[in-house]
Design a protein around this ligand. Structure first.
Ligand SMILES: *Cc1c(COP(=O)(O)O)cnc(C)c1O
Ligand code: SF4
Length: 456
């Protein structure tokens, strides 16, 4: 036993993982003191949008004195404004009248369909193919990075109310990316020498048992997969369940797997999703961060910018500073995606850029590694670089920090100034241009991909 670690490690008691879903909403003790109408609102909204929360989030992360405005409450509990008024009223009526289950279900399904359940070509455009067959558990949009969705990792320890993968959590099987075939993944990677990064995502891959995670990752140490140098794991477990790395039964096995991969020459980037500093302010989270970093893995952080949760530069300043202090590396600030309850969370692009800039001005360079605000849109990750004036025309300056065609990357382009726009499709080319520079090529790519899929 290493004495140094035992001395500096606070004693952290194991906590049973207790989770509540839509059906157990009225069993949550902490909610019982809230006004009746607020609780009814939650019942209504959780019929449509996924809900899942655990005891750790309830007891340790939410400041119940600040509810309903508490950011972590907004992050995990359904809020009335998340449904459009007409949708809300319809479901509320059905609940009040105790409508038959089939009628409620039909209404709920129709409303979900209205909420753009699969944004940015996720279903088709990014589908990789192996031997002429599409591989539904993967996405390959940018040449050097493959996204993989392990089938055991398609849930999360709790759900974010703004999640762009919400459709898969409400059991829409068609939209559920999943693949349990580690071999298929490895075979695809072996054929694609241009891929340097594998990004494991979900849901949350850290809900998986260590032995499942091993199944997917161990094979990467084979010589034919030497080109896959970086393993990224996209996870919100440091927020929602840091016990995963501290007291869970197989916590040690996870850390051991990281060590083995690193000893074999891989880089592990643990891509931690944090929306608010309040989520990393517990002893168990700090301990989990330490343990992951002690394996040699790096933790990089990313989060969308969201109304009601983190639409405040000071919050980002504090969050990035705490992250850097704990040895984490700020990586991305995202724009809220065009799906689900986006109208509740969205922030105009110009305002997003102002928040980003205001925060950046106040932090040291070590925090300025966070890029953004960035939209994960059809052509790629589009960053709002700023607002300026060119020959008397007010414009927004944009660039792709990732592109479907790598040649699009880092070329500035311009959109007409629009302080209401919340997504790329609201923007129009500026300076007399008719199209953004990538549009024709993107359309051609979409056409040829559709033809490939139709053939398969
Ligand atoms: C963000 C993203 C990546 C990773 O991009 P990096 O710029 O390398 O961080 C890969 N694939 C998809 C589909 C993404 O959205
Ligand atoms: S942790 Fe990620 S995948 Fe899970 S609910 Fe939140 S945003 Fe969605």
């Amino acid at each position: 036993m290493n004495q140094h670690t035992t001395l500096t490690t606070p004693f952290i008691e194991a906590r049973p993982f207790k989770v509540y879903t839509q059906r157990q909403l009225d069993k949550i003790e902490a909610l019982k003191n809230l006004p009746e109408d607020l609780r009814f609102d939650m019942q209504v909204v959780s019929q449509v949008l996924p809900f899942r929360v655990n005891d750790y989030v309830i007891d340790e992360l939410i400041d119940w004195q600040a509810v309903p405005n508490d950011p972590v409450f907004q992050l995990t509990f359904p809020q009335r404004g998340m449904l459009k008024p007409e949708h809300f009223d319809e479901v509320a009526e059905l609940l009040k009248n105790q409508a038959p289950a089939a009628e409620l279900k039909a209404a709920v399904e129709r409303i979900r369909e209205d909420l753009n359940p699969h944004p940015a070509g996720q279903m088709d455009m990014n589908l990789p193919m192996l031997n002429g067959q599409p591989l539904p558990g993967m996405q390959h949009k940018y040449q050097e990075t493959v996204l993989f969705f392990p089938s055991q990792g398609q849930v999360c320890h709790s759900y974010c109310t703004f999640c762009f993968r919400w459709a898969q959590f409400v059991g829409d099987k068609d939209l559920r990316f999943s693949s349990n075939e580690a071999e298929t993944l490895h075979a695809y990677l072996a054929e694609h020498k241009e891929v340097t990064d594998l990004l494991l995502t979900g849901g949350d891959p850290m809900v998986m048992k260590a032995r499942h995670l091993r199944m997917y990752l161990e094979g990467l140490m084979k010589p034919e997969l030497d080109h896959v140098q970086n393993i990224r794991i996209g996870s919100k477990s440091l927020s929602f369940w840091p016990y995963r790395f501290v007291t869970d039964e197989d916590a040690k096995d996870i850390l051991e797997l990281f060590r083995e991969l690193i000893a074999a020459g891989k880089h592990i980037a643990f891509m931690a999703h944090f929306n608010h500093w309040q989520e990393m302010d517990t002893p168990v989270c700090r301990e989990a961060v330490k343990r992951i970093r002690a394996t040699g893995a790096e933790i990089r952080t990313q989060a969308p910018l969201l109304r009601h949760i983190n639409d405040d530069a000071d919050q980002w300043v504090k969050m990035w500073k705490v992250q850097v202090q704990q040895g984490m590396i700020p990586y991305y600030m995202f724009v809220e995606r065009d799906t689900g309850a986006r109208h509740y969370f969205e922030i105009p692009l110009v305002e997003a850029w102002e928040i980003y800039r205001t925060a950046m001005k106040q932090v040291p360079g070590l925090c300025r590694t966070a890029r953004g605000p960035s939209m994960s849109a059809d052509p790629g990750k589009v960053e709002i670089q700023g607002v300026t004036e060119i020959h008397g025309e007010k414009v927004m300056v944009l660039r792709l920090i990732q592109g479907r065609d790598a040649d699009w990357v880092q070329k500035p382009f311009f959109a007409k100034y629009n302080d209401q726009a919340t997504w790329l499709n609201h923007l129009e080319p500026a300076l007399g241009e008719e199209k953004f520079f990538y549009e024709d090529e993107l359309a051609a790519m979409e056409e040829s991909k559709a033809a490939l899929i139709a053939k398969a």
